[in-house]
Design a protein around this ligand. Structure first.
Ligand SMILES: O=P(O)(O)OC[C@H]1O[C@H](OP(=O)(O)OP(=O)(O)O)[C@H](O)[C@@H]1O
Length: 178
């Protein structure tokens, strides 16, 4: 990653106190998309983490993944497949394949699903997301795509090292950078 991009990512990020008395801060990542330098460089920077693996498809979870996944797919010359969160919208009309996320960083169970037939056994799937906290969503997507999975590229990887190694997660930043 260009040093410049890392500087921009750190400078454009904020922690927000929602004021609910818990002291728990939430990440405000909107400054990343607002910065033209980040938006123009992010696809290549994340793509570089797995360019050698020659992914054919990028899969990203709703909703932030829908923003950055296509940037990475374009950089890699790959396609893009949306992974929808169950219950986030009206039911999807086409047949879906679903995987359960047992408990993510919010402690909530979710389901992530992709439309049937978009990923073939010949594909090499790269999962892309902005953040890996517990790795639960990436793990669910690995389960969903099976042997086609090559790894996950994220902006911030704050997973425990064993989890990151198990799921082949590579990040531009780690939790200590922010
Ligand atoms: O490693 P995990 O514990 O699975 O957590 C990672 C997920 O958390 C964030 O999503 P968030 O719930 O904030 O949704 P968003 O994409 O709508 O911002 C991030 O975008 C990942 O999808």
């Amino acid at each position: 990653m260009a040093a410049d991009l890392g500087d921009h990512l750190r400078a454009a990020f904020r922690w927000t106190d929602p004021g609910d008395g818990t002291g728990y801060l939430v990440s405000n990542r909107s400054g990343w998309w607002r910065d033209p330098v980040i938006l123009s460089g992010l696809g290549d920077a994340l793509g570089d983490l797995f360019r050698d693996a020659a992914p054919t498809v990028v899969v990203s979870p709703e909703v932030t993944g829908f923003l950055i996944g296509p940037l990475v797919a374009r950089s890699l010359g790959a396609g893009f497949v949306e992974a929808y969160r169950a219950g986030a919208r009206r039911p999807i009309a086409e047949p879906m394949r679903w995987a359960t996320v047992p408990s993510d960083h919010r402690g909530e169970e979710q389901r992530l699903g992709v439309r049937d037939g978009l990923i073939t056994p010949a594909d090499r799937v790269l999962v892309v997301d902005d953040w890996a906290a517990t790795g639960a969503q990436i793990r669910a997507l690995r389960e969903l795509v099976g042997d086609a999975y090559v790894g996950a590229a994220v902006i911030v990887d704050e997973c425990p090292p064993g989890v990151a190694a198990d799921l082949t997660i590579r990040g531009l930043l780690n939790g200590d950078d922010l």
